[in-house]
Structure formats: C-alpha cells, structure tokens
Design a protein. Structure first.
Length: 96
C-alpha cells in the first residue's frame, strides 16, 4: 500500500516532469521560429533595394500611364465630335 505522503510526492514529480516536457516543447518551438526568421532575414538582406531597377520600372509605368491617358483624351474628343455631328444632323432634319 502506498502512503499518502509518497503518493503526493509522486504526483508532484509527475507534474514537474510534465511541466519540464511542455517547457522543452515550447523551447523547441521557439527555436524553430527563430530559425525561420533568421532564414527570412538572410533572404531579405540578399535582396537589397536596387534603386536603378525601381527607377526604370517607375519610368515605364509613367510613360505607359501617360500614353493611356492620351488615348482616353483622344477617344473623348472623337466621341464629342461624333455626338456634335449627330446633334447637328438631328437639328438639321427638324429644320426642314
């Protein structure tokens, strides 16, 4: 038969072991996270910003945007002329 004192101490040691195990698992998880972050930071350090490529990309974007805006303005002008012609024909047909 197990005495109540030895049973309590046994439960206490089991509890400590489970806490140690969970803390070891937690530490292992932390180490994994640190390794992943280190890998990410290494990759980010290797890919420093190259301002010349950023500038080229922006220039291409700006030129393309300017061209597209010009096309939109030309389209609006042509549509306005078309509507003016249609309105002019309608007013002429009613005046006959």
């Amino acid at each position: 038969m197990i005495s109540p004192v030895s049973q309590k101490t046994n439960e206490y040691f089991v509890e400590i072991q489970s806490k140690n195990k969970s803390s070891d698992e937690f530490q292992a998880t932390l180490n994994d996270i640190k390794k992943k972050e280190d890998k990410k930071s290494d990759v980010e350090n290797e890919n420093d910003l190259d301002l010349s490529t950023v500038r080229k990309n922006f220039e291409l974007y700006a030129k393309n945007k300017f061209y597209v805006d010009g096309l939109k303005q030309a389209e609006e002008k042509h549509l306005q002329k078309l509507f003016d012609v249609i309105d002019g024909k309608d007013s002429n047909s009613f005046s006959l």
